[in-house]
Ligand binder design. Sequence first.
Ligand code: LLP
Length: 430
Amino acid sequence: LHGSAEIKNGSLMIGGVSTGDLAAQYGTPLYVYDTKLVRERARGFKETFESLGVKAEVAYASKAFSCIGIFQLMDEEGLSLDVVSGGELFTAVKAGFPPGRIHFNGNNKSREELTMAIEHKIGCIVVDNFHELELVGELSRSLEEATRVLLRVTPGIEAHTHDYILTGQEDSKFGFDLENGQAEKAMKSAMDSETIELLGLHCHIGSQIFETTGFILAARKIIEKVALWRSHYSFEPKVINLGGGFGIRYTKEDDPIPPRQYVKEMIAAVKEEVEKYNLEMPEIWIEPGRSLVGDAGTSLYTLGSQKDVPGVRKYVAVDGGMSDNIRPALYKAKYEAILANKADRMCEDTVSVAGKCCESGDMLIWDLPLPLAEDGDILAVFCTGAYGYSMANNYNRIPRPAVVFVEDGEARLAVRRETYEDLITHDIRF
Ligand code: LLP
């Protein structure tokens, strides 16, 4: 069990609230966020930087889960915000998030999105390619706003879940290649621009990473390059953003290291390189998404029909599926789950949890040990806080679930459930 989750009188409690009561009050499928745990994670990152005496910004990668309420919470915790679309930026503005702490990422920001960002005077735009560099320069000139910019570079490191490989030839849709001169050319052009203030460099090597090696290598490669540039062009970055990607534990098979550890090891490497080349210590920014909200989220479903395939398996169906959590279908992602209303009973059965979408691939969990499950039982799937609700969709015209925040025995609705009426609001009747 994660965070404040506990079992009381056979029933799963989160944030001091009974999941049975939550299901009854708000209906299912339901996303429940233990906001105290989110705050703990946020403070953990911030405090680690503070304890190391390193100037930092911790930006929440909002693509992991975005709504006004979570942006307000991140603001309360003093985090910055990484947005990747006009929609996320709009939500942040509506949440009253301080624009100066908003960073804008993405490989194809439109003219409209960039204009919106520049007009709101956001903290920085992470420029991804030459086309965008030109566009940002042009828009900043015409809007008469100086724009702070980080250049996203690809350091030639591709991180995978359990290992990493060094790719000689970089092949990614993101960023300026650090090795083949692209990044250097972009740096020179940004430095020459009158309207662009070049803050530094950005990289992001992947997601759900369980090792520090990739981050350390990326940091070393960037600083090595920066040292070279300094001697040629007197460019020194004020900021190096090392992205997000810190892995979390979805199941017992996952073995992540604590978030603080990633930061400590990254900083140690940066300090070493900085001293080696006698550079100023830059601010270190990071952009975690999953590790801030992932294990704070739990999905509640109500069980419905069952099907026995004798000698093979038993299918138990929930009232949601790939419409509220597409990760199992898309990535073969694995989750753990329990019966929230029979949380103290022995697991005497093994079932496979099916979604309700008309598609065989809509399976949430294969071979899950459970107590004997019946129609009406509540299934709690753990660790669905990142890339769950944010990737929810209306496949089969299933309304998106509601989201509640729980903390200290109180529940607050953060996103209301979609209605059938919501589903047809954009449809045009001929
Ligand atoms: N910064 C950048 C530039 C990113 O592209 C991402 C994630 C992050 C930060 C945050 O990474 P995190 O700390 O959350 O790992 N939908 C996939 C994950 C896609 C991640 C995309 N980029 C999933 O469900 O696993």
